[in-house]
Design a protein around this ligand. Structure first.
Ligand code: B1M
Length: 222
């Protein structure tokens, strides 16, 4: 593989955002994901290759290490930041349609719930997995989810809930989506959510962590 892509992948995995970022300390002063992604594009590497050979494998490795509890939230956030600094150079190619993504993913924290740290991690990992993410934010009503599904036919929907009291709203949202868009795929997660609960409310899949969510989405398109 192109040496620049190997370096870029390593920067994302280690959370090296750009040349001036002090983290990780042993890479101080070296180019980061920002400079390397730009360099690769300027030197003729295709945006698809940057995404598929550097960014996606790096984020998959980060996700798997997080699932195995080898790294924690701060490292994952740094990796996602590094990925975003590379992604900003690729975005124009996605927007022009020159580079295709795997599909669309709508995500939000359900009505009444303001917790977004876990939801944001899931969104970042899924974007790093090559999907277009439509993040509706927190305290998202069933109506807002429905509107987003109508505007983005075929998108997979992700619901996050952190409170036992708002899990009930997850159920309401799943029912509302099922009623109008019975074929939609719905993924649920969040600390109090379980596979049992997922099945009980008629969602399609439960993941306890971001990488499980990425794997589920990828299985849908592979
Ligand atoms: Co809140 N809070 N909080 N809180 N808060 C909890 C959740 C709680 C367990 C604390 C406790 O009492 N021990 C408790 C819930 C109890 C319960 O319902 N059983 C609680 C409470 C009660 C409350 C308030 C009601 C407190 C009050 O005001 N009296 C209030 C509610 C506000 C509201 O939402 N309406 C409240 C408020 C807040 C803050 C605003 C202060 C803040 C949120 C800041 C923010 O998110 N921007 C906050 C925080 C930070 C927490 C704790 C401490 C941490 C949550 C967190 O971010 N974890 C939490 C206690 C705890 O968990 N130790 C607590 C880290 C995050 C990475 O994990 O979100 O689980 P998590 O996400 C994981 C997985 O669950 C999964 O992937 C992530 C990464 O592994 N995942 C998905 C998440 N979403 C997914 C979606 C998927 C797939 C996987 O697919 C779609």
């Amino acid at each position: 593989m192109n040496e620049v892509l190997i370096k870029l992948s390593r920067c994302v995995e280690l959370g090296k955002i750009d040349k001036v970022s002090p983290y990780p300390p042993d890479m101080k002063g070296q180019d980061g994901a920002d400079e390397l992604a730009k360099y690769a594009l300027d030197n003729g590497v295709k945006p698809d290759e940057i995404l598929e050979d550097a960014l996606i494998p790096a984020m998959a490795s980060v996700g798997n290490r997080f699932s195995r509890k080898e790294i924690y939230v701060p490292q994952m956030l740094m990796a996602a930041k590094a990925m975003n600094s590379a992604m900003k150079h690729l975005k124009p190619f996605f927007l022009s349609g020159e580079t295709k993504r795997k599909g669309k993913f709508i995500i939000g924290t359900v009505a009444g719930d303001l917790h977004d740290i876990g939801k944001n991690l899931v969104a970042m990992m899924i974007e790093g997995g090559g999907w277009e993410v439509i993040d509706l934010g927190v305290d998202v009503s069933s109506e807002k989810f429905l509107k987003a599904v109508e505007e983005n036919p075929g998108a997979v929907i992700g619901l996050s809930a952190l409170l036992t009291t708002t899990m009930e709203n997850m159920k309401k949202t799943v029912s509302a989506i099922r009623e109008k868009h019975s074929g939609s795929k719905i993924l649920v997660g969040g600390a109090p959510v379980t596979m049992d609960y997922c099945q009980k409310i008629g969602a399609d899949f439960y993941s306890p962590d971001p990488q499980g969510a990425v794997n589920y989405l990828n299985e849908l398109v592979n």
